[in-house]
Design a protein around this ligand. Sequence first.
Ligand SMILES: [Zn+2]
Length: 271
Amino acid sequence: MPELPELEILKDELNAHVLGRQVKEVIVPEGRGGDCPVPEWKSAIEGATIVRVERRGKMLVLQFDSGFSLLIHLMMVGQLLLSSLHDGDPNDVRLILAFASEQLSLGQVALRFLQLVPTSELDELPQLKKLGHDPTSEGFTVGVLKSTLAGRRGKVKPLLLNQSLIAGIGNTYADEILFDGHIAPTRQASSLSDKELQRLHSSIVDILRRGLEMGGSSEMAFVHLDGRKGAFQEHFQVKQREGKPCKVCGSPIEKATVGGRGTYFCARCQE
Ligand SMILES: [Zn+2]
């Protein structure tokens, strides 16, 4: 599933390539609209210009000068692709925003995971309002992490995945972060020492930055706007490496279910 680095990449690419573009037509291929109110979307977006693109947690927001915003969640395998108008439709396309000579198409995700809202009401949406700290913001300090986890019951990994505490970390980056921080995914968050919290904070910041620098993680379906894959998956330390030797100590990487999610870790390196 695309997580913070992948969505940040798409945000930057959208800002570079579609900001200021006017949408000529909104196209929902026949039978693909589900319950989506296509006529409403057309009247809100057609003829409107994209004036702002932002990322909130693992979601993207396209703001239009018509006063509406489109909230996009790519879920597990959703893809956004920018292509020439006459390139034909990418795989399993659900929505196309057609510009003068190019098109932005959304594929492999049901339209019910998109939401069109008046921009003035954006901040009141429950799923945005509840988002926790952005770990890439300057305000995300060790102190903030410490107070975020303070008094929380439960294991550290599910807490890292809790979007209302820290927004943007998912199942892939959480495993890599905990390996980097030498912390077992099953550790009770309340048992982390100050030194461990410091290490966890550094690992959150470093691993997300590394994911970003490597163009994101394409172990599933993530691609850039131009269809390129990211490379972070080629540098996984634990994710999808069950039974393979730990790159640090040589012990076999293990897989277990933690908080209901498949979790990879090194039992020797992580305490
Ligand atoms: Zn190890």
